[in-house]
Each structure stands twice: as C-alpha cells, then as structure tokens.
Ligand binder design. Structure first.
Ligand code: GRF
Length: 219
C-alpha cells in the first residue's frame, strides 16, 4: 500500500478534496494508496475534525512547544516516518520547513500554493494578483525545495481575474480549482505517471506521454 501523509494548519478544504477523491475514485483499490495520517501544527485546525470523521489517524504537533525550527522539524519527521509515506502533501501547511527536512523528503514532498508560480510567492497572493493587475491567476502544485514556493512545478490551475474581483471572490474562484488540481496531481504521482528527478538544483518534473495536458486545469 502507498501511504500518503498530509500536513495542514487550518481549514483543510484541500485535504477534504483529496480525501473525497480518494473515496470516490476508490484509491485503495484503484491505486493501492491511502491517506494514512493527517498532522497539524495547530490543535484547533478545522481540517483535523474532517480527517477524524473520515477515520484517519490525526496528530497535533504544536510548533510553539519546540525551542527551534530544527527541533520541530525533527519531531515532525519522526511523526511522518511512522507512517512510511510514499507521498507527503502540504495541504495548507503554514510553516517554513528547514533544509534538512526538505532534503529528507526530496521528490516525495508536494505543496499547493494559491498563485501561478513563479508569480506571487509568499502570503496574500490574491491581493498581490489584484495589485499587479494580472488577467489570469490560479494555483500551483509543486515539489518542495529548500527555497519557499520555488520547487519544480507539477501542475497549475488557471482562472480569469474579473474587473470587479475582490480578494475574497478571487480566492474563492482559485480555491475551487485547487480542489481539482491537488487530487489530480496526487493521483498522477501515485500512478507513477508524474515524478521528480534531481538536476543538481530544485530538480525537474517528468511526466508520461499524454499526461502534460492533465497537469493544466482550466475553467
Ligand atoms: C490554500 O489556498 C492553499 O493553496 C494554501 O493554503 C490554503 C489552504 O486552504 N497553501 P485549506 O486549508 O486547504 O482550506
């Protein structure tokens, strides 16, 4: 069985989308894959409730209880490794990870970011997009590298920016597409149709013939 471990910090709607896809598409049978554990750095993360209701093991590991980022990441890695994951998914995990942590999971650690990277890394991405006046915006699933929001891009979802958009309307349009993009990228990785290889830098994404089109989600 291929185990998936998800890390969250809050609402957990991307986690929910992943779990729904796994249930509806029966990933257990179709892919021999299962979400084995959900770990949050916040005990009050709403996503933990959803995971519990789905019968998945949950852990809250409060980063404030650790004297350094390194110590937190070591404890986090111990928790993750207990589940022997094929894939580790950052689904709204709002902590910057240390280089040793990233190195340990190189090629099996993915993140979803709410912009069309490399545009608008960091926080407040929808505000950044509105301020820049771009006509298209979206979300990116990428392999995690030591530099924040800079790893090799797996897939992207594109949405229009409308003249009357607010941060909220734009965020909600993007989020709807995130919920398509993340499960799709996860599935393609678990099917061994998409993967990562080292190139001495942040690495490169490879994909099987005919798969590239599936890595672009449009409205
Ligand atoms: C999403 O917008 C995701 O792209 C970003 O954090 C947000 C998490 O939302 N990394 P949710 O917790 O999945 O609802």
């Amino acid at each position: 069985m291929k185990n998936i471990v998800c890390l969250i910090s809050g609402r957990g709607s991307n986690l929910e989308a992943l779990l729904n896809a796994a249930r509806v598409q029966d990933w257990g049978t179709a892919l021999s894959a299962q979400v084995t554990a959900v770990i949050s750095n916040r005990a009050d993360a709403a996503g933990l409730n959803f995971a519990r209701a789905a019968g998945i093991a949950t852990t809250a590991l409060d980063h404030r209880g650790f004297a350094s980022r390194e110590l937190f990441d070591t404890a986090l890695a111990d928790e993750i490794d207990a589940h022997n994951p094929t894939l580790v998914v950052l689904a709204g995990f709002m902590r910057v990870l240390t280089a040793p942590f990233v190195e340990r999971y190189r090629g099996r650690l993915i993140n979803i970011h709410p912009s069309l990277l490399p545009a608008f890394p960091g926080l407040a991405t929808h505000r950044q997009a509105l301020t820049a006046g771009v006509r298209v915006h979206g979300a990116t699933v990428h392999y995690v590298s030591a530099d924040v929001d800079a790893g090799a891009i797996i897939g992207q979802a594109v949405v229009p920016v409308r003249p009357d958009d607010t941060e909220d309307t734009l965020a909600s349009r993007v989020l709807t597409q995130e919920h398509v993009l993340l499960p799709r990228c996860g599935r393609l990785i678990l099917e061994d149709k998409v993967g990562w290889h080292s190139d001495g830098g942040s690495g490169r994404v490879w994909c099987a013939p005919g798969v590239a089109e599936q890595l672009l989600v449009t409205l």
